[in-house]
Design a protein around this ligand. Sequence first.
Ligand SMILES: *Cc1c(COP(=O)(O)O)cnc(C)c1O
Length: 522
Amino acid sequence: MTMNRQGRPSAPGTVEENELPTISGDRGLDHEEGLIFELGREGMTGVDVPDVQMSETRLGGLRRKGPIGLPGLSEPEVVRHYVRLSRQNYAIDSGLYPLGSCTMKHNPRLNEKMARLPGFGDVHPLQPQQTVQGAFALISELMRWLTTLTGMPAVAMSPKAGAHGELCGLLAIRAAIEARGEKRPRILVPESAHGTNPATAAFAGFTVDEVPATKGGHVDADALEAKLGPDVCAIMLTNPNTCGLFEPRIIEMAEAVHKAGAYFYCDGANFNAIAGRVRPGDLGIDAMHINLHKTFSTPHGGGGPGAGPVVLSERLAPYAPLPLLMHDGSEFRMIEHADAASGGAKPFGRMCAFHGQMGMFTRALAYMLSHGRDGVRQASEDAVLSANYILASLKDVMSAPFGEGPCMHEALFDDSFLEGTGVTTLDFAKAMIDEGYHPMTMYFPLVVHGAMLIEPTESESKESLDRFIHVLRTMALEAKDGKKERFEGAPRLAPRRRLDETAAARKPVLRWRPKDLPQAAE
Ligand SMILES: *Cc1c(COP(=O)(O)O)cnc(C)c1O
């Protein structure tokens, strides 16, 4: 048996089994690097720091007794380390990134340039308000865009991601219900929902009741109506839904929800499919978060903090959280405490210490202004076109459970085309890595067996989509032909082979401790 570079048995017949091991342990022009702590040597440094003329210490007994344990490296070693790390990270800047539901959208460099202008990039949340009037004007303009595009009268800007926005929306709804003197403990969530929806509802203290999906991939509106009652606080529904379909009975559902005295929370993560075309306010929605990091092209998670502003209907607007941005005729003011001066506001509290993610606001507004209203609409239309091109080009070889009609911004396949091949959704997705593609979203939504959810976005060219389609088509045909080599043990060509992802998630090893420095860097 041969071992691969990670010390695991190679799958029979794989490239590695026949591979001549390199002397260095490196491969191609890629280096296999140890941890930076393992590379560092004491006393090595990239800069000359003058000796500190120590007078008497004022730290008393708190003075450090042992070495600090930071790695000492030269400047080129530091540069190489970070460049190497950055190359291990697949990103939208390296190639097509088909994750569905996450919307890995191109981040235009213009946005970055605007966010780095010192007047925006260097503001401090505790600065006197007169000195940040420009930043407030920017937030106010972004609020105008968000309320105009959604047809909703108010927006809370402080939530820091989609899930945080969901919590904000539910807390506003709860405040409105409590103001009516009612208690409504139940929230209805479709079974196709993103995991954050039931998690948010449970976190906010509600019980979650699941609404089934129809065979066509929509929320079962009849089942929803049957579940409504005086104990239902709200429904949480995504539109377009996580199967990539517009909910055709959404207005009817909104009316039923309102008639039952409940509120309609919409998960707006998929707003990028309809922005500029459909105003959620016209559909009867009471609260919806907008993921600026999905719809409006700001970077995701690891690439920067997200932002999840929540638009609110007339009925919920008074309960919006602090702080509130107001204009008193001569200047902007950030209201931090609700009082007689805040015009009847009854904020439920606040979501975070300050005002939200200024850098994300700047990027999102730069994106909106550079596209214009017609451009935002065209981006949505092109995203839908790209997804339909993929669906139409692949549905004869990959099975599309809801493929009879057009989809919205993401194309959904299931694993029935792999039946009897011995290849699973996971194998198929991992084999994509060897072809230079990040896998699509797998096994979500849960209502579809072995789901593969592909969202190409508007920013991929037809040539790029054609290449992607060609690769997936060929893979599907090979799997059906019984050619399993490509799938077994994939990925074979990535820096790491197939990992134990459960163990990595459950028992992550996030800190390195040198053996001889047990107390280091605590
Ligand atoms: C991404 C997403 C969320 C959560 O948003 P975060 O910004 O990641 O917290 C919620 N619902 C759906 C449908 C999503 O795609």
